[in-house]
Design a protein around this ligand. Structure first.
Ligand code: FAD
Ligand code: MLT
Ligand code: ZN
Length: 476
């Protein structure tokens, strides 16, 4: 490894404005959104096109320098934060943010990795088309990061996750070669699916530089409602009632517990639950119709009336304007911000089969509370996908940093042990990064973990692409 020779080579190849080296300039790139991981770096590099990025990787290969790709830096598992050695480079894709084209007939858009997700949604909407990936961080996360983490969000129920929305990729390999797989094809059975290999690999197999994404017809209207439910089984019955009666018109089904909304209101007093006193569960339901406002409204009203009659819902409000619908969504999306403001907490982004969810929650709560009676459990999530954000916050009045340091491993072990028992996954949508690096082998099993390590070694034999993320450096 020769960091100073590598730095000189970067300086010879890039403009000075594309290389950040001072502590102040680099600071925003060296810690994660939750401020849980802090790293150092030799430099932060800002390439403006794919050939430039390929040359950066070639220099890294030549001088043995590891690189950490970064998009919007909103990831929740520390995947975009370099280690503390000061020898790695962060490669920010932010300046590679062109929309290369929108094909109306093919219903696809081709974008560079640094495009902010919201910009892509807006470009599609300008043509009356929908790019359905949607998440709380959409104003700052980038599509390269979304694909690298296989992000989920609030529309997965209807449209799938980032993987399902991507038809083609352009990738810079660990050897600094450019793979052009930017095909907008819905069918392409030509051997191994390289696109699917890079999606969800969190920057450990290649650097995504551009993508072809699927677009959909824009719905003519959306109805957003908040529904109070008494229990998880009732909430699942409500979900299935909507699936049965509304089928593909159901586009969002988000669950928030009373505790999660109380925390949100504590941190953001303007975020009050329009249903009044928080019921045990508040469900945000979004319904997107391609026919007419009246058709949608009638259907939503009749399903909600049936739910109230069946006793699986105790109260419901349908937003009367786009502005009110936005306040419903803001309440949902502020839970993450409220958690961040309240203090560090132990996050678990898990999926459980819906049929096992109620038993999972009761059993896990019981084991946790037996060991930590005062702990706060802040649960919410994309219930329509069986994706629960099961979060544990220190008891009120306890220093959260001290609590977390002492108990993090034990809390994770309890929750992940239960996830295994109930047939779930330890990462639904946020990825592995550094946070779950040492939990993955036990979860995937030795064979799957070893196969992953074999793929990593084959594609990145020098281990220069985001080392020690997803797989520990010594995994093979
Ligand atoms: P970064 O954080 O920059 O990077 C994430 C990982 O991808 C890192 O490992 C990085 O090395 C790698 N990477 C980044 N760009 C590239 C590239 N071009 N090529 C290869 N590797 C790359 N996530 C969800 O899934 N669903 C949600 O609902 C959701 N809601 C969120 C709400 C808030 C308020 C916040 C802060 C985060 C939320 N997230 C959610 C997490 C986060 O926004 C997503 O993981 C997002 O996809 C990360 O995109 P990014 O551009 O910020 O990636
Ligand atoms: C969400 O669903 O809001 C995100 O995944 C973020 C989080 O888990 O806090
Ligand atoms: Zn989520």
């Amino acid at each position: 490894m020769n960091p100073s020779a590598a730095l000189s080579a970067f300086q010879a190849r890039l403009k000075s404005t594309q290389i950040l080296c001072t502590t102040d300039d680099m600071a925003p790139f060296l810690c994660d959104w939750r401020k849980r991981y802090f790293g150092n770096a030799l430099a932060v590099l800002l390439p403006s096109n794919t050939p430039e990025l390929a040359e950066i990787v070639q220099i890294c290969t030549e001088f043995g320098i590891a690189l950490v790709p970064q998009g919007g830096n909103t990831g929740l598992c520390g995947g975009a934060t370099p280690d503390q050695s000061g020898t790695q480079v962060v490669v920010s894709l932010k300046r590679m943010n062109q929309i290369r084209g929108l094909d109306i007939d093919n219903q696809t858009i081709t974008v560079e990795a640094g495009c902010v997700l919201q910009t892509i949604q807006e470009a599609a909407a300008a043509q009356d088309l929908l790019f359905p990936l949607s998440l709380g961080a959409e104003g700052s996360c980038c599509i390269g990061g979304n694909l690298a983490t296989n992000a989920g969000g609030t529309n997965v129920l209807r449209y799938g996750n980032a993987r399902d929305l991507c038809l083609g990729l352009e990738v810079v390999t660990a050897q600094g070669k450019i793979w052009n797989g930017l095909r907008g094809l819905r069918k392409d059975n030509t051997g191994y699916d390289l696109r699917d290999l890079f999606i969800g690999s969190e920057g450990t197999l290649g650097i995504i530089t551009a993508a072809v994404l699927k677009l959909y017809p824009m719905p003519v209207c959306q109805w957003t409602s908040l529904v109070a439910t008494p229990s998880i089984p009732a909430t699942i019955q409500l979900l299935n009632l909507f699936k049965q009666k509304a089928t593909t018109l159901l586009t969002g089904f988000e669950m928030m517990t009373a505790e999660s909304l109380a925390l949100t209101e504590k941190q953001f007093p303007q975020m009050r639950n329009p249903l009044g006193e928080n019921p045990p569960f508040t469900v945000l339901i979004e319904f997107s119709d391609h026919e007419s406002e009246a058709h949608a409204r009638n259907l939503v009203e009749s399903i909600l009336a049936e739910a109230l009659e069946l006793g699986i819902a105790s109260n419901a409000i349908i937003a009367s304007s786009i502005a009110q619908a936005n306040t419903f969504w803001q309440m949902r999306e502020h839970i993450t911000l409220a958690q961040a403001q309240e203090g560090a907490n132990l996050k678990h982004d898990i999926t459980i089969p819906l049929s096992a969810l109620d038993n999972f929650i009761s059993a896990t709560d019981a084991v946790l509370r037996a060991k930590y009676p005062q702990v706060r459990i802040i649960n919410f999530g994309h219930l329509g996908d069986g994706n629960l954000h099961y979060n544990v916050a220190a008891p009120v009045g306890t220093d959260s940093a001290i609590f977390n340091q002492a108990n993090e491993t034990s809390v994770h072990d309890i929750i992940y042990g239960m996830v295994e028992k109930f047939g779930g996954s330890i990462s639904a949508e946020h990825g592995i990064g550094q946070l779950k690096l040492h939990d993955l082998r036990a979860h995937k099993g030795a064979i799957a973990h070893d196969l992953m390590a074999t793929i990593k070694t084959a594609l990145d034999p020098l281990n220069i692409l985001n080392p020690n993320k997803v797989l520990p450096t010594n995994a093979n």
